[in-house]
Design a protein around this ligand. Structure first.
Ligand code: LER
Ligand code: MN
Length: 272
């Protein structure tokens, strides 16, 4: 069964970004539980920045899980990426991600490689960048296996990456890897820009999608834009997807309204 999640950002540098809650994990857990979410997704400054014991207690108190953990702070705070021309920066990017995998692993939550994939350009052409990224995914995917969780790779829209932008290209790329422990993130906001047909893209990703960012066309909460969610939800259910639909959405008009709109849409499409 598909489960619901809502994002919380602990990263000041990401202000203005598409995260629903911004006031700490205790606040996010209390509100997520009150609205009936199954989990929170955490965007943390680093793998060491969060008190694991406190998170564990809050999850138990509110009967919540952690759906996933973001790695983008490595880019936002430190300018790191897995395809940087500088080998030292690529190594630092991998270290940063390993620590986030360790953090998420405590809660069986997979780490997401989104902006940390970087872009090709300058000294690194597209093939070279995809080669460097594959090298990193082939290292980090097996690393995540120690926690019995996949690593999640996120195709992004053209304004955020020039590497892999669609689910079908993501599937073809994963098939070139030596690890089978990397899954795709289907972010409906990015897909709305890049895909010709969202339900068809989801069907093409059958068996390869490990996480969904459940969000509307304008990156507001599901139901606050013009996305046609019914056929998207039907495609997810039809393909046997059973991980999270996680609200990575702008807190517009405010966090509480965005969270409430999300859970209302989630229930309408996945629980009726
Ligand atoms: C970035 O646009 C995004 O969708 C995030 O999930 C990746 O870090
Ligand atoms: Mn996303």
């Amino acid at each position: 069964m598909i489960k619901s999640a809502v994002t919380v950002s602990l990263v000041d540098e990401a202000r203005g970004g598409p995260f629903v809650f911004w006031d700490g994990i205790p606040d996010a857990c209390a509100k997520a539980a009150e609205l009936g979410f199954d989990a929170i997704e955490i965007f943390a400054p680093s793998g060491e920045a969060v008190d694991l014991h406190q998170v564990g207690s809050l999850l138990a108190q509110y009967d919540l899980n952690v759906a996933a953990v973001g790695t983008g702070a490595g880019m936002v705070k430190h300018g790191l990426s897995l395809t940087d021309p500088d080998p030292a920066k690529r190594a630092a990017a991998k270290d940063f991600i390993r620590k986030i995998i360790d953090f998420g692993g405590e809660f069986s939550a997979p780490a997401i490689i989104g902006s940390m994939q970087g872009k090709w350009g300058g000294a690194i052409d597209r093939d070279a960048a995809l080669g460097l990224l594959a090298e990193a995914l082939n290292e980090l995917g097996p690393y995540a296996e120690r926690f019995a969780i996949p690593l999640i790779y996120e195709p992004l829209n053209r304004y955020e990456t020039n590497l892999i932008k669609t689910v079908a290209d993501g599937v073809a790329y994963l098939q070139t890897l030596s690890t089978s422990n990397v899954k795709l993130l289907a972010d409906l906001f990015h897909m709305n820009i890049e895909e010709a047909d969202l339900p068809a893209a989801i069907r093409a990703g059958k068996g390869y999608i490990g996480h969904v960012h459940f969000v509307d066309s304008n990156r507001q909460a599901a139901g606050r834009g013009h996305m046609d969610f019914a056929p998207i939800a039907a495609a997810l259910i039809e393909t046997g997807y059973d991980c999270y639909a996680s609200a990575e959405a702008l807190p517009i008009p405010d966090s509480d309204t965005a969270a409430a709109a999300t859970i209302e849409s989630f229930k309408k499409h996945f629980r009726s």
